[in-house]
Design a protein around this ligand. Structure first.
Ligand SMILES: *Cc1c(COP(=O)(O)O)cnc(C)c1O
Length: 473
């Protein structure tokens, strides 16, 4: 496919700006470009075709089954898009007086009230723009709390070895030292190791529950009590709340701070970097440290300060509120129950087909397979199986994560898939297993139907070409 710059011809173009209807006011010479910007010059039809062709090369939840685990894009109802495009929400100016946008303020207050209900927290800020940003904000709150008590020796954040990579990264960004807590063979937090790691230097623990292997930490009340006894706070990574929303609340489990990813669980599409929203909820004693904002309040003398300009990614909150109001109390819980049911249904089907779950028994909203045995037996790896799924029109699950499982494939089917879709996916995976045993070579060559086969993923990540090299340099 040609790049848009390669389709460009001098003099072609679109009238994208209306004719000037005011006197021209030329920019002072010093602010002007020396040469015009090298924008592609292309007619309207060719431009439409270019983007249409690009969109056909992408794969999203509207194209087919997309069971990626952990960072899954879940339900993105069209209703949310409709609400987020209402002019009263899209047309506001960041510096507009608050009394002229009281409706927008009400969106924030109502979303805060409902999400505090869902999480068991007492207050919430909608400033952070993503999950990792929420983690960073939450950790600054934890630090501000300890410092406000003169307790400055708490420099360590504990993170289980199954955690999402952003957890240790955010802790390091916030100036903490990260200490890893090993998992038990069952995939849960090792209580003895946690006790041994806790001490006067413990600032807090970051935890996801259900954790990234899809298991609910049964000892959660003991876990939070151990950290609290040592004087630390407990942070809940609620990026994926689908398993427990409306059913169990982090606040009741003993967590002090939590973030949610509105762009995963609460109706905003994600991918390609945004816009997202990672609101942070806190228990009452942490309210004085919350960042302030015009629409969201808070921000007193002890506040950590604003972490995002103006009203942050406000339209994402509009989608989340539409989702919450549309589903209601019972609907939220039903979504959670169905997410867990769907994951267990697919897990059971795949085990019956001959796959090995990394951890036996019931899972929550996601589960992890290990293809270690298959690889030893046939040479077919998790990567080969994932690539073969592409040929069947299914987006592969998350691969090689969490790191504690070898040849991992992590599936999160989500609550919106029908039994038919899950049956079809199970059949595709059963067929891949059969082919792996009969003709492993063929699977090393997959995918054969996609535009790009197997790119050099390391080079693509380390040396991405994101800039067009104009022929004349
Ligand atoms: C996605 C995710 C994050 C990070 O969220 P971003 O919005 O991508 O920064 C953190 N923790 C878990 C468990 C996640 O799945």
């Amino acid at each position: 496919m040609k790049l848009i710059f390669e389709r460009s011809r001098p003099g072609r173009g679109n009238d994208i700006l209306p004719p000037l209807d005011v006197p021209a006011a030329p920019l002072p010479e010093e602010y002007r470009r020396k040469a015009p910007p090298r924008l592609p010059e292309i007619g309207e039809s060719d431009l439409s075709r270019h983007y249409q062709a690009l969109s056909r090369r992408a794969f999203g939840v509207c194209d087919g089954f997309y069971p990626l685990g952990s960072c899954t894009m879940k339900y993105n109802p069209k209703l949310g898009e409709e609400m987020a495009s209402l002019p009263g929400f899209t047309g506001i100016h960041p510096l507009q007086p608050i009394q002229t946008i009281l409706g927008c303020q009400k969106v924030i207050t109502q979303a805060e009230y409902l999400l505090c209900e869902v999480t068991g927290m007492d207050a919430m800020t909608f400033q952070p723009a993503a999950g990792a940003h929420g983690e960073f904000t939450g950790l600054l709150l934890i630090k501000a709390y300890h410092h406000s008590r003169g307790d400055t020796g708490r420099t360590v954040i504990l993170v289980p070895d199954s955690a999402h990579g952003t957890n240790p990264a955010s802790a390091a960004m916030a100036g903490f030292t990260v200490k890893n807590i090993p998992s038990t063979p069952e995939g849960l937090v090792d209580l003895e190791a946690l006790k041994a790691a806790c001490g006067p230097d413990t600032a807090g623990l970051m935890l996801t529950n259900p954790n990234t292997v899809g298991l609910f930490e049964r000892d959660i009340l003991d876990i939070t009590a151990i950290v609290h006894e040592a004087g630390g706070l407990v942070y809940y990574d609620g990026a994926n709340l689908n398993a427990i929303m409306g059913v169990a609340r982090p606040g009741d489990m003993g967590f002090d701070v939590c973030h949610l990813n509105l762009h995963k669980t609460f109706a905003t599409p994600h991918g390609g970097g945004g816009p997202g929203s990672g609101p942070v909820g806190v228990k009452e004693f942490l309210i004085p440290f919350l960042p302030g904002s015009a629409l969201g309040g808070y921000g007193g003398e002890q506040s950590i300060g604003q972490v995002r300009a103006f009203h942050a990614n406000f339209l994402v909150v509009v989608r989340a509120l539409a989702y919450l109001l549309r589903l209601g109390n019972a609907g939220i819980a039903e979504a959670a129950h169905t997410a867990v049911l769907n994951a267990n249904y697919l897990k059971q089907k795949l085990e019956e087909a001959g796959y090995t779950a990394a951890f036996p028994g019931l899972c929550m909203h996601e589960f992890v397979l290990t293809l270690e045995g298959l690889k030893k037996e046939t040479g077919v790896s998790a990567l080969d199986a994932a690539k073969a799924m592409l040929d069947a029109g299914i987006h592969p699950p998350t691969m090689y994560f969490p790191l504690i499982v070898h040849e991992a494939l992590m599936f999160e089917p989500t609550e919106t898939e029908t039994p038919d879709t899950l049956d079809e996916a199970a059949a595709v995976l059963a067929e891949i297993l059969r082919r792996a045993k009969e003709n492993p070579e063929a699977l090393h060559a997959a995918p054969v139907t996609t535009v790009i086969g197997r790119p050099d993923e390391t080079a693509a990540a380390r040396r991405p070409v994101v800039r067009y090299a104009f022929p004349e340099g």
